[in-house]
Write a protein that binds this ligand. Sequence first.
Ligand SMILES: Nc1ncnc2c1ncn2[C@@H]1O[C@H](COP(=O)(O)OP(=O)(O)OP(=O)(O)O)[C@@H](O)[C@H]1O
Length: 287
Amino acid sequence: MTAIQLKNVSKTQGSFQLKNIDLNIERGFITGLIGENGAGKTSLIHLILGLKKPDAGDISLFGDHAVEAHREALLNRIGFVFSEDRFPEKMTVPQLKKILKRFYEDFNAPQFEHYIRKFKIREKQKFKNYSTGERMKLSIAIALSHNAELLVLDEPTSNLDPNFRIEFLEILQALMEDENMTILFSTHITSDLDSIADYIVMIDEGKIVFHEEKDLLLEKYKKLKGPVEILDAQTEDLLTGIKKTAVGFEAISDEHRALEELYGSQILTEQLRIDELMHHLKKGKDV
Ligand SMILES: Nc1ncnc2c1ncn2[C@@H]1O[C@H](COP(=O)(O)OP(=O)(O)OP(=O)(O)O)[C@@H](O)[C@H]1O
């Protein structure tokens, strides 16, 4: 079943355009959304959450196409975290809790309190005295405290210290034990996705470049290393991003199996990281 579906969605903002976006985010998986600065990740997330209206196309959440009309009910089922929050400066946690109780039908106060303690968020301090990371932790605590079945997270880890980032990723993974849970997660820290994502969506200049299962993607493209002597026209045809060094060459290929058969132990095949893959696919597009 689909948690988020976009059909032929377009949105123009100044000179930028999200163009004919078709996207299905299946329930029960973690999907990572990647792309360069200004690629359109936040805009896409805002469209999904109904914070921006598409110029054309259809968006549905949990199969409901009337996102605008049912926005409040749908937001009850979604936990969201943005890279920039808008917590009132003078408010404190106990005051915020009262508002959350009114806003979320399923607000789970003990769970919220649990996360406030677990994340070491200072209850009595006004939000204006919070660090960027503490604000992010508060956003995360809210997103996790109203029995949401979909988490939409826009760069949630960008301001977190490494220890808490790992703790947060573990929490997300534990949430996936509930097979109804779905997470859409935009990030520049692609190593987060190496560890937890099931699917990767890459967006570039407002268009979806790919939407694939992470393991299949990393199986398809590999880094190859070998001696420069094997680089003839035919071999180079099967390689991209060839870099020659004093000790040999390094390149990326989606024909690594054919090359392994041809050259056996002369070449070494290595797994790519998601950031390397992203850089490679982006460069391929620019050529
Ligand atoms: N309200 C707006 N009016 C005009 N242009 C806008 C508006 N909002 C966003 N944009 C432009 O849309 C493009 C996509 O921005 P968006 O924030 O979606 O990118 P992003 O992939 O999230 O980038 P980043 O990784 O830097 O956060 C950018 O060129 C941005 O300047």
